[in-house]
Design a protein around this ligand. Structure first.
Ligand SMILES: Cc1ncc(COP(=O)(O)O)c(C=O)c1O
Length: 389
C-alpha cells in the first residue's frame, strides 16, 4: 500500500515557505496583527519609535550619527528611496552588479535619470575589488557606490567589507542593499562608515511584508535635501515627519508594524544576529548536505554561499520535470522558488524564516520520496557552467 506523504506545516497549518520571502512567520507574529491602531495614537507612535531604535541597534548604528527611516511598501521601495534620496540629480553612481537585484538598482537609477557606471560580474562569481578600484581611479566623477550584500539571485555573499574599505579610501558614499541579509549577516554601519543600507520587514527579521527601511547617516541625510525625485520616496521628508511628531507622513501599514515590533522582540529573545545566523547556517548546512547526498549540485562553492538561499542546478534527467517536483513538494507542505539565474537552469531553496533543523530534515526527506516516485536516478546537471571560484 502506498503511504500518503507526510505533510509539513507551519504553526498555523500553512505550507512552509523555503523561499527568499515573504517567509514563514511565527504564530505570535501573525497574532500581533489582531488589533486596530489609530496612526496618531500615542501607543502606536511609541511602537514606531521603539522599532526605529531597535533597527539602529541591529545595524550597529550610533543613534547620534544614524537614523532608521521606515517607508511603506516592499523592499524595492526602500531601495528606490535610498538611491533617489542620496544620489543627487547631478550625481554619478557606480553599481556593482552580479545578479537581478543589482540590475533592478540600475533600472531605478536609469528611470530617475541618475548618472551611472555599471560594473558587472557573473552571477556565480564575486565582483573583483581590484576592478572596482580601477574604475574608481579612472572615473573620478563617481560620487556613490552601490552593492548588494547577499545577491539573492544566486545566494552569493558579496565582499561588503572590502567594498566599504574602497568607499572610505576613495571618499565615496556607499549605499547597500542588505535586503536578504539584514539581521542574519553582520553589517556594522558605524565601523564600515556606510552612508545608507536598505532592508525590509519580511526577510531575516521574520516580520510580514509591508515595510521597507533605510538606515542612514544623518549628515548625509542632511546634505540630501532637495535630491528626491519622488514625494512618497523622499527619505529626508519622511525623516522630518518622524522628527516633528513621531508620525508617518502618509497612512502607515499599522498591522505590519505591530507584527514587525513582535518579530524584532522574538529576534532579540532568540539571541539577536548571532543566534539567527547560527540557526540559518545550520539550516543551510543540512540543506546542502542532504541535497548533495541525493545528487543535486549547488551552484556556489561553500566559501561564496550565504546562509540565506541556495541555488541548485536543474538535474539533467529528462524525467525531472520542475513543475511536478514543485507541486509534489507543495503537496507535502514545502514551497520552493524557481531559479532567477541567466547563466544556468536552476531552482532555489531558502533557509530563512521561522524554520529550524527539523523542518530542513523534513524537506530533504520529502525530496527523497519525490525522486523515488519520479524514478529519477541522475540529479546531477548536464554540464558544468564553470568551476566555482
Ligand atoms: C537583495 C534583494 N534586493 C531587493 C529585493 C526586492 O525586495 P521586494 O521584492 O520586497 O521589493 C529582494 C527581494 O527578494 C532582494 O532579495
Amino acid at each position: 500500500m502506498i503511504q500518503a506523504p507526510s505533510k509539513a506545516m507551519s504553526e498555523t497549518g500553512d505550507p512552509l515557505l523555503l523561499t527568499p520571502g515573504p517567509l514563514t512567520t511565527s504564530k505570535s507574529v501573525k497574532e500581533a496583527m489582531l488589533h486596530d491602531w489609530g496612526s496618531r495614537d500615542s501607543a502606536f507612535i511609541r511602537m514606531n519609535s521603539e522599532m526605529r531604535d531597535l533597527l539602529l541597534d541591529i545595524a550597529g548604528a550610533d543613534p547620534q550619527t544614524f537614523a532608521a527611516i521606515p517607508i511603506q511598501g516592499s523592499g524595492t521601495f526602500a531601495i528606490e528611496a535610498m538611491l533617489t534620496t542620496f544620489v543627487p540629480r547631478q550625481g554619478h553612481i557606480l553599481l556593482i552588479v552580479n545578479g537581478a537585484y543589482g540590475h533592478r538598482a540600475k533600472e531605478i537609477c536609469r528611470i530617475a535619470g541618475r548618472g551611472l557606471t555599471l560594473y558587472e560580474s557573473p552571477e556565480d562569481a564575486l565582483p573583483s575589488v581590484d576592478e572596482v578600484e580601477a574604475i574608481l581611479k579612472r572615473e573620478n566623477s563617481i560620487t556613490h557606490l552601490f552593492v548588494v550584500h547577499c545577491e539573492t539571485t544566486s545566494g552569493i555573499l558579496n565582499p561588503i567589507e572590502e567594498i566599504a574599505r574602497l568607499a572610505r579610501m576613495y571618499q565615496k558614499d556607499l549605499l547597500v542593499d542588505s535586503m536578504s541579509a539584514f539581521g542574519a549577516l553582520p553589517l556594522n554601519c558605524d565601523r564600515l562608515q556606510l552612508t545608507a543600507v536598505a532592508a525590509s520587514s519580511n526577510k531575516c527579521l521574520q516580520g510580514v511584508p509591508g515595510i521597507g527601511f533605510v538606515i542612514c547617516n544623518l549628515a548625509s541625510l542632511e546634505s540630501a535635501k532637495g535630491n528626491a525625485t519622488s514625494l512618497v520616496l523622499d527619505l529626508q521628508d519622511q525623516y522630518q515627519g518622524f522628527k516633528r511628531n513621531g508620525q508617518w507622513r502618509f497612512t502607515p501599514p499599522t498591522h505590519a508594524i505591530s507584527a514587525f515590533r513582535q518579530a524584532i522582540e522574538e529576534f532579540q529573545l532568540e539571541g539577536g544576529l548571532v543566534a539567527r545566523n547560527r540557526r540559518y547556517s545550520n539550516n543551510c548546512r543540512i540543506l546542502i548536505e542532504g541535497m548533495t547526498k541525493l545528487g543535486f549540485k549547488p551552484l556556489l562553492s561553500t566559501n561564496l554561499q550565504a546562509p540565506i538561499i541556495v541555488t541548485f542546478r536543474m538535474p539533467a534527467d529528462p524525467k525531472f520535470i520542475f513543475s511536478t517536483f514543485y507541486d509534489e513538494l507543495k503537496r507535502r507542505g514545502y514551497v520552493i522558488y524557481p531559479g532567477k539565474l541567466t547563466v544556468a537552469d536552476s531552482f532555489r531553496v531558502g533557509c530563512i524564516g521561522a524554520l529550524d533543523a527539523e523542518h530542513m530534515h523534513g524537506f530533504i526527506e520529502a525530496v527523497r520520496e519525490i525522486l523515488l516516485t519520479m524514478a529519477i536516478d541522475l540529479c546531477a546537471p548536464l554540464v558544468s557552467i564553470r568551476s566555482p571560484e
